[in-house]
Ligand binder design. Sequence first.
Ligand SMILES: *Cc1c(COP(=O)(O)O)cnc(C)c1O
Length: 380
Amino acid sequence: MNEKIWLSSPHMGENEFKYVKEAFDTNWIAPLGPHVDGFERDLASYLGEGVHVAALSSGTAALHLALIILGVQAGDEVICQSMTFSASANPIAYQGAIPVFVDSEEDTWNMSPEFLKAAIQDRIVKGKKPKAIIVVHLYGMPAQMDKIMAIADKYEIPVVEDAAEALGSSYKGQKLGTFGAMSILSFNGNKIITTSGGGALVSKNEEWIRKSRFLATQARDAAPHYQHSQIGYNYRMSNICAGIGRGQMEVLPQRVEKRRSNYSFYKEAFAEIDAIQFADEPSADYYSNRWLSTILVESGGGMTREDIRLHLEKDNIETRPLWKPMHLQPIFADAPFYGDGTSERLFENGLCLPSGSNLTDENLHRVISELKSLYKSAKV
Ligand SMILES: *Cc1c(COP(=O)(O)O)cnc(C)c1O
């Protein structure tokens, strides 16, 4: 069996272990400590724009706290991009609120500004103004932030940016994760940088970030005994994980560079196969970290996305279909949806290729030669 080529696997730099060892040596083995503070500072200074950051146990936890802080309650409606990982939408359900799903547009595969506007107007007519808008930057590609922010501002609905896949991406020179009233990041094992598991909440509103730290540590009131006047959560990041994060922040620019070069490599290699299409940045305003390199497989080429996926799987190469839209998921079957089927088409034809920053040239060539031979065999 050939060596396994993963979709996106952890890639440690030089200093992660040093920071973890430092945590051991100083006995800061807890969900607080100097690395947690340091990692928050590293993230805030990387993102710029005067943001504050709370390091948390996961991106999902960060999104949950964002909705709580924005006052989302049972029965409220929250707009969410349909094409995404379920973690973008699950926290809406944690609050007993109702997700309203919005389709993608073709250029970025992210939330369609047109259907966002249609959804807001229709929900208002039906009697409820949505409490928040969750926009996602899929695979690192920036959503159309100018249009989305203008619509959100017009209707005075706060935007929560799900930048879990987009650390290192920017729109018009501004880092993703700094546009929304609040934003979330993820450091799960397959993301562009990882802390093994973890996330962060980002906002320019310092009070909200302070509140998220309070809620993430069981909402303890200021008293010598344990006193609580609000429901709390155990969502803080461990000082060990934050140590890994500090090391990963030192190599983030290189990770972005390598992932972008994977994308260019695939694009060049498949230039001769018309049936394989790439998702280019729509203009110079968009800068993607290329967390995952994705392709659209056109049926005219005689191959489906599944043919390719199964063929590569036989050679021990991991690929994955694009995210299945939330409005097609059994758990959200009853949720309202506004769209024209764009995300469904993308899901049917789209595939994520191996994209790790630790892929070797040999790995990349193996993916390419397997795919090319598949297309050659289809023609005979
Ligand atoms: C990974 C991911 C999350 C969740 O992050 P976790 O840290 O795994 O909880 C949320 N949204 C999107 C789009 C993601 O890809």
